[in-house]
Design a protein around this ligand. Structure first.
Ligand code: SF4
Ligand code: SF4
Ligand code: SF4
Ligand code: FES
Length: 947
């Protein structure tokens, strides 16, 4: 559904929504608006556009261009309407001969220093300067180009996605203010004064500056000074489709602006509930992978992974896959096959894969990549609060007084939410960071006052328990709240437990390595009256005590009354776009959609009756079990949609061994990813631009994904799953993704009120959406917890088995960076690679010196599981004894060294703690050499059929 391109209304200054209201008269008509509204915005509400250049409603008013002058009865002069708020009984005139003359004079000055190349300018037809010249009726420019001007200023083309052409700049400061106010990066300034003033990215080119390429300045620029290179290359778009970013769990809404079926640019949607018109470099610019030459759009099959691939039709590929799955089940039993879905899939796709496994395979062997990221969140929050999800909407941060970030790096992992956070920090919010590494938000403007509890990796539970000790023993719990809302027995037990001396910061500080005084200060800060909120990431979940830590966080939020209200809560920052949705849609082996256990007869009857099959009551295999069983010869076939377990799961050698043991590996993906190199059937997938459905972000916000171009492979992903099911003999007859959504809503109470029509009407919906909450639920647990009474859990610190010793004296922990996403399959195929060409190992100067390592050296990283090598960066961001790397490039082999230790409750791998030794390397590791050889061979086996 493509719409002709219409610009969103720009009120010039941010709209106010608060009481009280003011009544005034503009051009003879009376209107009432909220107090604090600017005259410019009031006029726009009244239907009058006052000419403007430096104002736009995503930024605070600035008042520099003087184009928006108005007359106010009883006031001298001509005030700027953008910086003048309305007042009671004010009488404003926006159009008079004098105003027209003044505005034309202002425009004349701007145009006299601007190249008059409108007809050939890339922004022709999409330029506010051009529009304003027309709006004020400028017909001639009296000042020629003979005097001083900026027409020869040199372009900065260093950013891969946008150009900066200073000759077109009118120095309105919108870019500078967007970088400060919207993004919070402060990369731009106006240097010089008067005629000499100009925009500067810190006297460096854009690529070397602080710029993080979020695009906010490009969006704010009223001229062609800052403009997308795709617009320069292809012209301005003529239609748009609103859809949702397919990268991180922030779930930004975008308008895909198109020319025919070509995306010209992705413009963040002002009405997006999660992003409010902002974006990061990934969603804004890194969508080129969808049309990358590496895309495989033809189905392929082969008998053995040593054979060349054979190109076949989709029907042939599906029939072959189905016959293999049937053969395996006949030979090795019903439970010998299973499926894996991905958090990159839509809700509808995920729902269909779990239905395929349960109804067509006849077992519960379905799992998702959330297994390796946020499964402890699901378990821990369900056990304490009764619902496996975050408690707030992102806007809740506007009311937060103290934010605690644990094991998350929002500026890199969740950049748009980080910008919301930074704005709140500028307004005085206090910050506590619990992380082994110094993360960037600690160094943003006004973030510097934050407390950094730089704990040793693997000691989260010791930290949260010692914070609880301080809050309890200093009498800082909200007893009335606890009395009203929690299970008192569990509270008493928890209270007694955390109060023990052995759980004090002084004792547990020996484990965490953090000064007890700092722990006490953080505990007091968190428990202050007001609103305190937890935001956490994989640095909490990917541990042997991941679930315990999630429970510890929920315990503290309950004890201090920080749940069920705006500004507070427990907020998992989800890594991938649809982690929440993948979990909601029943892609775990023990749960149907809506987190209902497979052993529950009533739930089985509900789904079984609807689906017309008898459903298995035994939980199926988790991913690690599937792999172990494959190595034991009992698990033989797998259908993997959108997930790359050979790169993303721990202990790569174990994963690839298991894949090699299987007789039929079916991979449905965009590229020949690491897992597909072990596949026998390759089903080409569709990108988010080529399909419809929904994603659910970290705030439980269900947002529509709309097809903006035809799928390159001819099918949306859900259609392929449906074909496979039909070939297996279990009939599926959906004709659209919205029909699947209707079935989800029918069978899942929290989705009951969700429909494609309602999503169109509301834009997005936060579940639960049901009769009681027909438009969704921004904040959960408002009057009571979903489980009734909140339950406290004992959080005894049990050190991980992954211990440092003389042989492996350092701890490796992992994370991600802004420009890349997860295994990098998508972002590595975009110009984002210009920021991060390879994964590096960060090491503290002391540890480097002890090993004779210099910055940039190639180093060996050896763990109990394996050996790889990376170039190193010496930095004090990591503490002595800790090394850090990212995992965006398969060749890096980050997961060759991670072990199979996992969370006690959910099997979520302990990615964040691996004991390693680092030494100077003379060559790459054996695994890397073998990997290179294997992957080169596999690429050749694909190329053979396309020759
Ligand atoms: S792209 Fe973003 S970070 Fe870079 S200068 Fe513009 S607003 Fe600032
Ligand atoms: S680059 Fe654009 S937004 Fe920035 S000052 Fe120049 S015209 Fe204004
Ligand atoms: S990657 Fe995340 S923050 Fe960036 S645009 Fe996409 S959803 Fe938004
Ligand atoms: S728009 Fe008001 S001064 Fe520029």
């Amino acid at each position: 559904m493509s719409m002709s391109l219409t610009k969103p209304v720009d009120y010039g200054t941010p709209l106010k929504t608060t009481e009280p209201t003011i009544t005034l008269e503009i051009d003879g008509s009376e209107l009432t608006v909220p107090e604090g509204t600017s005259i410019m915005a009031a006029a726009k509400i009244n239907g009058t556009s006052i000419p403007k250049l430096c104002a736009t409603d995503s930024l605070d008013p600035f008042g520099s261009c003087r184009l928006c002058l108005v007359e106010i009865e009883g006031r001298k002069g001509y005030p700027a309407s953008c910086t003048t708020p309305v007042s009671e009984n004010m009488k404003v005139r926006t159009q008079t001969p004098k105003l027209e003359e003044l505005r034309r004079g202002v425009m004349e000055l701007y145009i006299s220093d601007h190249p008059l190349d409108c007809l050939t300018c890339a922004a022709n037809g999409d330029c506010e300067l051009q529009d304003m010249a027309g709006a004020v009726g400028l017909r001639e420019v009296r000042y020629g180009y003979d005097g001083e001007n900026h027409l020869d200023a040199v372009k900065d083309e260093t950013n891969p996605y946008f150009t900066f052409d200073p000759s077109k700049c009118i120095v309105c400061s919108r870019c500078v203010r967007a970088c400060e106010e919207v993004q919070g990066t402060y990369a731009l300034t106006i240097d010089g004064r008067g005629f000499d003033s100009k925009v500067s990215s810190g006297n460096k080119d854009f690529m070397d500056s602080e710029c993080v390429s979020c695009g906010a300045c490009v969006q704010a620029c009223p001229t062609a000074t800052l403009i997308e290179k795709t617009v320069i290359d292809h012209g301005i778009p003529d239609s748009s489709v609103t859809t949702t970013c397919a990268y991180c769990g922030v779930g930004c809404s975008f308008n895909a602006e198109m020319k025919g079926d070509q995306v010209i640019r992705m413009v963040p949607n002002k009405d997006g509930g999660a992003n409010h018109g902002h974006s990061c470099v990934k969603g804004r610019f890194a969508w080129g992978y969808a049309t990358h030459k590496d895309r495989i759009t033809t189905p392929m099959i082969r008998k053995s992974i040593d054979d060349p691939w054979k190109e076949v039709t989709m029907e042939e590929a599906i029939n072959y896959a189905a016959s293999e799955l049937k053969r395996l089940q006949e030979k090795y039993g019903r439970n010998s096959v299973g499926g894996i879905t991905s958090s990159r899939c839509t809700n509808e796709e995920t729902y269909l894969v779990q239905k395929l496994v349960r109804a067509a395979f006849g077992n519960n062997n379905v799992d998702t990549c959330a297994r390796v990221c946020h499964s402890p969140t699901g378990y821990g929050l369900k056990a304490t609060l009764g619902e496996s999800s975050g408690t707030q909407d992102f806007d809740s941060i506007k009311e937060t007084d103290v934010a605690v970030i644990i094991g998350a790096n929002p500026t890199d992992g969740h950049p748009v939410f980080a910008s919301h956070m930074k704005r709140r920090l500028r307004d005085g919010m206090k910050l506590i960071v619990i992380d082994p590494r110094e993360i960037d938000i600690l160094h943003t403007v006004h973030g510097n006052g934050g407390l950094h509890l730089q704990l040793k990796p693997g000691t989260n539970v010791a930290m949260i328990t010692s914070i609880a000790h301080v809050i309890v023993t200093e009498g800082r719990c909200q007893e009335q709240y606890i009395n009203d809302r929690c299970e008192l027995d569990s509270y008493e037990m928890w209270k007694e437990f955390v109060s023990r001396k052995e759980n004090s910061p002084e004792v547990l500080g020996l484990e965490t390595g953090v000064d007890p005084k700092l722990i006490r200060e953080a505990a007091r800060m968190y428990a202050e009256p007001g609103n305190s909120a937890f935001y956490y990431g994989l640095g909490v979940t990917e541990h042997s005590q991941g679930t315990t830590m999630v429970m510890g966080i929920a315990n503290l939020a309950m004890a201090t009354g920080n749940l069920g209200k705006n500004g507070a809560g427990v907020n998992p920052l989800r890594g991938q776009n649809n982690v929440q949705g993948a979990c909601d849609m029943g892609s775990f082996p023990h749960e149907f959609p809506g987190y209902r256990h497979v052993s529950d007869q009533a739930t089985r009857d509900l789904f079984g009756n609807h689906w017309g099959v008898k459903l298995d009551h035994e939980p199926g295999l988790r991913i690690p079990n599937m792999l172990d069983f494959a190595i034991d010869g009992m698990f033989k076939g797998i259908y993997i949609e959108g997930e790359d377990i050979a790169q993303s799961d721990p202990n790569t050698k174990h994963v690839t061994h298991a894949l090699k043991e299987m007789e039929c590996v079916i991979v449905q993906d965009l590229f020949l990813n690491e897992t597909a190199m072990y596949a026998h059937v390759f089903l080409p997938g569709s990108s988010f631009l080529e399909k419809s459905g929904t994603f659910t972000n970290a705030e439980r916000r269900i947002s529509p994904v709309r097809r903006v171009m035809a799928p390159k492979n001819g099918y949306e992903d859900w259609e392929i799953t449906q074909m496979l099911s039909n070939a297996l003999g279990y009939k599926m007859e959906y004709s659209s993704a919205s029909e699947i959504l209707d079935e989800i809503a029918e069978l899942t109470p929290t989705f009951k009120g969700v429909s494609w029509a309602k999503l169109k009407e509301l834009g997005s919906i936060q579940w639960p959406c049901d009769d009681a909450n027909p438009t969704g639920t921004p904040i959960m647990h408002v009057n009571e917890f979903v489980r009734g009474k909140g339950k406290f859990w004992i959080t005894e610190y049990i050190p991980t088995d992954e211990k440092v010793n003389g042989r492996f004296p350092l701890i490796l922990t992992t994370g991600r960076i802004l420009s890349h996403y997860n295994v990098g399959a998508q972002t590595r195929r975009t110009k984002n690679s210009e920021w991060h060409k390879q994964d590096l190992l960060e090491i503290h100067p002391t540890d480097a010196e002890a090993r004779g390592i210099n910055d940039g050296d190639l180093v060996n990283i050896k763990s109990r599981a394996g050996h790889t090598s990376l170039s190193c960066r010496i930095t004090e961001r990591v503490q002595p004894g800790v090394v850090y790397t990212t995992f965006h490039h398969p060749w890096s082999g980050a997961n060759v060294i991670t072990t199979e230790n996992s969370d006690w409750a959910t099997n979520c791998p302990e990615f964040k703690v691996t004991a390693v030794e680092i030494s100077l390397a003379v060559e790459h590791s054996e695994w890397q050499k073998q990997y290179e050889k294997f992957s080169d061979t596999q690429k050749t086996l694909v190329e053979q059929f396309s020759l």
